[in-house]
Design a protein. Structure first.
Length: 142
């Protein structure tokens, strides 16, 4: 039986990051001119425990789904992104646009992610985060 991992598992790739494939099927994509263009996309989901990511538009699989009238679910062939190993992708450097490694450094009391060029990788705009609520008095002033 496989031992169960416990504790916090961290990853340098976050949901919303721009990544490029550095290995695997999506690395060997070719454009119309016949040149190899590794696929670039945005990370949809991260599974840190298993070391997997889902990238928008990459590793698309087809799922045949039966209709379920009780749940008002239509049947058909659905296209979905499948999980890809996190080692097959690298974060895009914001300065050069090339794949880069990431290191974490503490600046002004906050942890920030740095590319090899030394440029700070900004936290991605994740659709789950919300702005802090403003008081009624602050809204009246605006």
């Amino acid at each position: 039986m496989k031992p169960v991992k416990t504790g916090t598992v961290k990853s340098k790739v976050k949901r919303g990051d721009q990544v490029v494939f550095i290995a695997g099927k999506e690395y060997n994509r070719y454009d119309s001119a016949g040149k190899r263009q590794p696929y670039r996309g945005r990370v949809i989901e991260v599974d840190v425990r298993n070391g997997k990511v889902k990238v928008e538009g990459a590793a698309v699989m087809k799922k045949h789904q039966k209709p379920v009238p009780q749940l008002n679910r239509e049947g058909g062939i659905l296209e979905r992104e499948s999980w890809v190993s996190i080692s097959n992708v690298a974060i895009v450097d914001p300065e050069s646009g090339k794949p880069t490694r990431v290191k974490i450094e503490v600046r002004d009391g906050k942890k920030v992610r740095l590319a090899k060029s030394g440029k700070v990788i900004t936290e991605p705009d994740v659709f789950g985060k919300k702005e802090p609520k403003k008081d009624k008095e602050e809204k009246a002033e605006e």
